[in-house]
Write a protein that binds this ligand. Sequence first.
Ligand code: GDP
Ligand code: MG
Length: 182
Amino acid sequence: MFGRARTGGGLSAPAECNVAVLGTTGSGKSALTVKFLTKRFITEYHPDLEDTYSSEETVDQQPVIVRVMDTADQDGPVGCERYLGWASAFLVVYSIAERHTFDGCQPYLEVVTLHSRPETPQPPLILLGNKVDMERYRQVSRCEGVALASRYGGLFFEVSACRDFLPVQQVFHEAVREARRE
Ligand code: GDP
Ligand code: MG
């Protein structure tokens, strides 16, 4: 959850933001996570590896500890309790060049939106089309991405984990901004 811990002296410790990265295997979740944390593109990452990383960031001049859970579901959102209660924002990732990864977003969008209780605001949700460097092989149009995101009340971006760092950083920072608004 997004929170600001108070310390004994009345000073606030840096806020924290937990971001869960969800989506079908092969969409580029690990590549995006590693890019955000190290500014580097790792071509091959073990597909079954799931881990949570932490990074001290400054978003709009305010420090924040961003924790990123790079999930590795084998078969859709099974065992999703591990991130549903934990996350203050969700990134649902697909590859614009692999239609099945776009189709695979739906169950994640469903569980994230169903999980939120009516009395509490839904944690921010970002739908992310990855691999825009593969434009020639595009199978999912930008319009389809925009439409799906808006159906679930989410934001939408397209990026590439193997291109510039800043657009990738921007997505994670946007998740923090959205979580701060809640
Ligand atoms: P995950 O299963 O969602 O964690 O996906 P990975 O991060 O392991 O990436 C799956 C495959 O897609 C790997 O071969 C990556 O090198 C590749 N990949 C990831 N992001 C990009 C990208 O932005 N562009 C291209 N061309 N390949 C990517
Ligand atoms: Mg992975």
